[in-house]
Design a binder for this molecule. Structure first.
Ligand code: ZN
Length: 111
C-alpha cells in the first residue's frame, strides 16, 4: 500500500482526530498503535503519513515510529497526536473497529 508523507510541521500541529490546532501550551495525548505484521511501513519510519480508515471517511495522520525510539521500544509502531481525552477515546474506538475490519492494526492503546 502507498501512503503520502505529511510534513512534520503539518502533522504535528493538528489533532489526528478533530484536526484542531495543537500548540506547545496544550497537554497533548498520544495514542499508540501496534501494526499488523503484514502492514510493513518501514519505508515511512520516522515520518508522518496520512492513512485512510475502513470505517471513516476522513483520513488521519499517523507518525511511524523509528526503530530504537522510545515509542517503538514500548511496542508502538504508530503514534497519533490527540488534543483531548474526548478525541482520544473517539479515535481509539474507531481504530479498534479497524482491527477487525482492516489489516493494518493489531492493538491500540491510549496513553
Ligand atoms: Zn481533537
Amino acid at each position: 500500500m502507498e501512503y503520502s508523507i505529511i510534513p512534520d510541521e503539518e502533522a504535528l500541529s493538528k489533532c489526528a482526530w478533530c484536526q484542531s490546532q495543537i500548540n506547545d501550551q496544550m497537554e497533548v495525548l498520544g495514542l499508540g498503535a501496534k501494526l499488523n505484521p503484514d502492514a510493513d511501513l518501514s519505508e515511512y519510519e520516522s515520518h508522518c503519513i496520512q492513512i485512510s480508515l475502513v470505517s471513516e471517511e476522513k483520513p488521519v495522520y499517523m507518525m511511524v515510529t523509528a526503530q530504537g525510539s522510545e515509542a517503538r521500544n514500548y511496542g508502538n509502531d504508530g503514534m497519533f497526536l490527540i488534543c483531548s481525552e474526548r478525541c482520544g477515546k473517539k479515535l481509539k474506538s474507531v481504530l479498534e473497529k479497524e482491527i477487525s475490519l482492516g489489516k493494518m492494526f493489531e492493538t491500540v492503546r491510549l496513553g
